[in-house]
Design a protein around this ligand. Structure first.
Ligand code: ADP
Ligand code: MG
Length: 679
């Protein structure tokens, strides 16, 4: 028998059952072995019937003395068993379980596991789990599996026991040194004990090994992707004669200490002659754009082109407009490229990029299309990196000759996690807000606070400020009970008749979006009703109120991003969360939002609240799911895992050695559906 064989080869698994198993992603016998219990019941203690009390959950072993079938008049069929052990007897009752009769035999011994209760003075077990006692059978800790319809715990356990008989065929594939260095038990031992642990200690050993294994596959996989991407260490030597200081003087403010520090880290990378691979993390509003601009200035003045890619058209345009006005003073040409340009504009821009006339190109995904040829690309920047795939960054990089790479994100992944996920990127953190930034006052209200919230908006806008109202949907929907931008616009344009109010969402025509943005920047639009399209990048300093409808539908990270659209000017700013329903997670989120403006703290809380699976949509980011591992709980293990992964790859860079063959296969299997890993 081979572990790669279909489960249907096992005793007791027919076509119907194997179809049900397939729904649990169990196709082969090996899959079955890797399908772990979600919990355990300690059934090592056998109780005497006489010792049972009402309310106990207990395991007994007894002989079947009598069996009656009956019917409660007009109600259910009953099956009553009288069970006896050496200490006494108990009634065991099943309803509508006629099928059991066939499998039970008088005078045979069975185990019963269930709750004990007392009815009319008689001690009973209702619907206990029942298994036949086999000669010499040992008591054990029993697995409880996460199941779907069509399979019972009993069946799953039986099949696992069958599959476990094949354990000797399950080969260890982790390098011996890895096991030694990390004191891991071998695979077959781990698999046996994760299903039927002999005791708690062995269960712990098994779990540790399997968690380690899961994290190691992920980490080794991520590291080797990056190793492949780092085509060469040798990069461009940017001129050390270019002073960024003179460029920074063209801004009306002085840099924060954190900005200065990060710029000098980048500067050192650029002058080093090694390829820069740096992640800049900074909360919304921490001033990442200038940092990027400084790097672009240095690249251009050293004779290269620089490109900056943003995830949305809106953000790309905004960057273009603000940066163009700065660079023009330094005789640097800035170009813009996106899918929304007319064919003629596009062609012209492409020509100017290819000829080198444009020094800095800002745009969207259009920048990585095959028809874009750069003249002399030396620096590649991606803004809001978490929105892009590793591949996209790679394609962009390959358009130059080992250009330096800078990736920027406001997604404040806790440092420990960032090191794991971002592999060998160097990390710079802008952990300081520009001076004068106020704390945004945050309030959370229910439906009954809506009127007051709107009146608050009226007062603020009346003082000359601008406000955002954000809703989860574009248009009202029959299927989703939530507010929409268009629905709210209809409602609020009458309510706020004295103000200019407009809406914005992602499916609008580009020219319409542009007009709205222009009117928003100029102050003409006083209240903007929007979807989350404004989540990233929008920078309107005069906006002081962010009102979020159906706040319960947004995650913490998103709420924080949205709130970051206000508090960008001198005025005290406010964020109002209107929630429906009373989900406790939503309430907890609101509490956290009220308590802090610190994105890093919020990220950590988010991770706790949502769990890493959903953390910033890791699934969407293509990070494979774990069965046992948890990126938060197991952060300590992660640290050893990372060291181990590096050791493994140092010894065998591309995992081509024979002894790493299965390891390599497993990693490839893990990453097979994840060619878009967005980290
Ligand atoms: P983010 O990090 O969210 O991308 P931005 O780069 O858009 O932040 O900066 C947000 C706002 O803060 C912009 O209006 C920018 O001009 C301003 N800003 C950036 N750095 C400073 C600074 N050191 N002092 C004052 N204002 C700054
Ligand atoms: Mg930004």
């Amino acid at each position: 028998m081979n572990l790669q064989k279909k489960v249907s080869e096992l005793k007791g698994i027919g076509p119907k059952k194997s179809a049900s198993l397939s729904k649990l992603n169990i196709d082969t016998i090996e899959d079955l072995l890797y399908f772990y219990p979600r919990d355990y019941e300690d059934r090592r203690e056998l109780r005497e019937i006489i010792s049972l009390h009402e309310g106990d959950t207990a395991l007994i072993k007894g002989k079947l003395i009598l069996m009656f079938r009956g019917r409660i008049p007009g109600r259910r069929q009953t099956l009553k068993l009288l069970i006896q052990d050496e200490s006494g007897a108990i009634e065991v009752i099943f309803f509508n379980a006629g099928h059991l009769v066939k499998s039970l035999k008088q005078n045979e011994e069975y185990f019963f596991y269930g709750n004990v209760n007392v009815s009319r003075g008689r001690i009973q077990m209702l619907h206990p789990e029942i298994t036949k006692y086999e000669q010499g059978q040992k008591l054990s800790i029993v697995p409880i599996y996460p199941l779907t319809g069509g399979i019972s715990q009993g069946e799953m356990r039986k099949w696992h026991k069958e599959a476990l008989k094949l354990l000797p065929e399950l080969n260890e594939y982790l390098p011996e040194l890895t096991l030694k260095r990390n004191r891991l038990c071998v695979l077959s031992y781990a698999i046996e004990n994760i299903h039927y642990p002999q005791d708690r200690q062995k269960l712990m050993e098994a779990k540790y090994r399997l968690i380690f294994e899961e994290l190691l596959l992920l980490q080794t996989g991520l590291l080797s992707i990056r190793k492949k991407m780092n085509f060469s260490d040798r990069g461009i030597l940017f001129s050390n004669k270019i002073s960024i200081d003179s460029f920074l003087k063209s801004f009306p403010f002085s840099l924060t200490g954190a900005q200065q520090r990060v710029i000098s880290e980048i500067n050192a990378d650029m002058e080093s002659g090694k390829v820069m691979n740096r992640l800049v993390q900074g909360d919304v509003g921490s001033g990442k754009t200038i940092v990027a601009a400084a790097a672009m200035y240095k690249a251009v003045k050293s004779g290269f082109q620089a490109v900056m890619m943003a995830p949305t058209e809106l953000l790309a345009r905004q960057h273009f407009e603000s940066l163009d006005s700065v660079f023009i003073q330094h005789k640097i040409n800035v170009g813009f490229l996106s899918g929304s340009l007319s064919a003629k504009e596009k062609k012209e821009t492409l020509n100017r990029i290819e000829s080198g006339e444009i020094d800095i190109i800002i745009g969207t995904h259009a920048l990585i299309q095959p028809n874009v040829n750069y003249n002399n690309l030396g620096l590649v920047i991606t803004d809001e990196q978490h929105r892009f795939g590793v591949n996209q960054r790679e394609i962009l990089s390959k358009k130059g000759m080992n250009p330096d790479v800078l990736v920027m994100t406001a997604t404040p992944i806790p440092r420990t996690l960032a090191v794991i996920l971002y592999g060998d990127l160097d990390i710079s953190v802008i952990d300081e807000a520009p001076p004068g930034r106020q704390q945004i006052v945050t309030r959370a209200v229910k439906e009954d606070g809506r009127d007051a919230a709107y009146e608050f908006v009226r007062r603020e806008v009346g003082k000359g400020r601008q406000a955002y109202v954000v809703a989860p949907l574009i248009a009202d929907s029959e299927n989703v009970d939530a507010r929409s931008a268009l629905g709210l616009y209809d409602e609020l344009k009458d309510r706020f008749y004295e103000f200019t109010i407009a809406f914005l969402h992602g499916s609008m025509k580009q020219t319409d979006k542009d007009r709205v943005m222009q009117d928003l920047y100029s102050g003409k639009i006083q209240i903007l009703i929007s979807t989350v399209v404004i989540e990233v990048g929008i920078n309107v300093p005069n906006a002081s109120v962010m009102l979020i409808e159906n706040a319960e539908r947004f995650g913490l990270a998103q709420l924080h991003q949205l709130r970051g659209r206000v508090g960008r000017g001198k005025e005290q700013s406010y964020c109002i969360l209107i929630s429906e329903g009373d989900s406790s997670v939503a309430q907890e989120r609101a509490e956290i939002m009220k308590a802090t403006n610190n994105g890093f703290l919020i990220a950590e809380k988010d991770l706790e609240l949502r769990g890493p699976g959903e953390f910033f949509g890791m699934k969407q980011h293509g990070i494979p799911e774990f069965k046992l591992a948890d990126l938060v709980k197991h952060i300590k293990i992660l640290n050893s895992v990372r060291e181990e992964a590096e050791l493994i790859l140092n010894e065998d860079e591309f995992l081509t050695k024979k002894e790493n063959y299965i390891l390599k296969n497993k990693i490839e299997k893990l990453f097979q559906n994840t060619e878009r890993i967005n980290i």
